[in-house]
Design a protein around this ligand. Structure first.
Ligand SMILES: *[C@@H]1O[C@H](CO)[C@@H](O)[C@H](O)[C@H]1NC(C)=O
Length: 353
């Protein structure tokens, strides 16, 4: 099974490399637009009035130039690998940074903000950029691109680009599970309906702004995040079943919602990327993929694990994150992100066809 998958993977990569040779742009698609949370944020929170940042060591220690860009990782995010797989030689600039200027805007941009979610209330709790505001920035971005490249090229960019959305984890882990105003008012079932409602309007809005290739990540196995085990595991070292069940239920709903949207818009390619199963597999069988640690994060471990505890002074930060599934208590390591990006590539083939 593993052998077959890796053969398919090699084949896809070869086809893609061949296709890159044919296209005159930089990549297989004209650009990549990224929305959502810390799983895909590449620095938009750096200059915000928020505590949720990752622009200091040891974040980025395995990134090029050991640069702490604001990525919540020791190195590359899964979407960084995806952008490379699509043939690009640079990453879409974080829209709220100095980097997002002029011609650098012409292959996409990144609007994601750590601690954002499907609910604007989640982002507001952490002074992050809510999803509706990310969409406003995207509209502003569109008019900038029209100004730089002209209407025709801009339309080709907006219609041909791949749009990636990663959201939901913060709504649960950093909001619902710890916020009595939410968990007292809504059952998990009702809460997931709220999120799916927001997902629907986000996708419809993107579509009306010209997006035709959208990939949305599913929820990860939230109960297996080191922080979740520590906070909600009741002293056990196992994944928290209740949280994983909520993730599965949400993922089923978002798949159904996507199918309904696709029926409405026959010219929309919409893929829900399953990251639940690939990440669960890494956690349950780390050795199979060359990992040795899937409970403890490399950075910021301790009795209470939060991303704020991963910093230069964090005691016990591992020296080599390659064997760790988790970099900090919420986020996969670069090595795990590589594995996840292989899954994204195989599942996302529809988006580039
Ligand atoms: C880090 O660990 C991996 C195995 O987990 C090993 O292959 C690699 O050589 C190590 N890197 C360094 C710099 O020690």
């Amino acid at each position: 099974m593993a052998a077959t998958m890796s053969m398919i993977f090699v084949l896809i990569t070869q086809v893609m490399v061949a296709m890159v040779g044919f296209s005159y742009g930089q990549g297989l698609v004209p650009g990549v637009m990224i929305f959502g949370d810390s799983v895909v944020d590449t620095g938009n929170n750096n200059n915000l009035y928020t505590l949720v940042k990752a622009n200091f060591p040891p974040y980025g220690r395995d990134f090029s130039n050991h640069n702490p860009t604001g990525r919540f990782c020791n190195g590359k995010l899964a979407t960084d690998f995806t952008v490379e797989n699509l043939g690009f030689t640079s990453y879409p600039p974080a829209y709220l940074t100095q980097e997002a200027q002029g011609k650098k805007l012409l292959h996409g941009a990144n609007f994601a903000s750590a601690s954002s979610g499907y609910l604007d209330r989640t982002a507001n709790l952490y002074q992050a950029v809510p999803l509706t505001q990310q969409l406003q920035y995207y509209k502003e971005y569109q008019s900038k691109v029209v100004g730089i490249a002209g209407k025709a090229k801009a339309a080709a960019l907006f219609g041909g680009s791949i749009y990636i959305l990663s959201a939901g984890s913060s709504d649960y882990v950093q909001n619902y599970y710890i916020n009595p105003l939410l968990n007292g008012a809504y059952t998990p079932e009702q809460f997931s309906d709220l999120l799916v409602h927001s997902f629907n309007s986000f996708v419809e809005n993107l579509y009306s702004l010209g997006a035709r290739r959208i990939g949305v990540t599913s929820l990860p196995p939230m109960g297996c995040l080191p922080a979740a085990i520590t906070l909600f595991g009741g002293g056990s070292n196992d994944c928290v079943a209740r949280l994983n069940n909520d993730a599965v239920a949400f993922n089923n709903k978002i798949n159904a919602a996507s199918n309904a949207i696709k029926k409405k818009h026959s010219n929309l390619k919409l893929v829900v990327f399953d990251i639940y199963n690939p990440l669960l597999d890494l956690v349950k069988n780390p050795a199979k993929s060359g990992f040795f640690e899937s409970r403890r994060a490399c950075c910021g471990t301790g009795t209470i694990e939060t991303s704020l505890l991963c910093n230069t002074g964090a005691p016990g930060t591992c020296t080599n994150a390659t064997g760790y599934v988790f970099w900090d208590s919420f986020h996969p390591s670069e090595a795990a992100n590589k594995v996840l990006s292989d899954a994204l590539l195989i599942q996302g083939i529809d988006l580039i066809s």
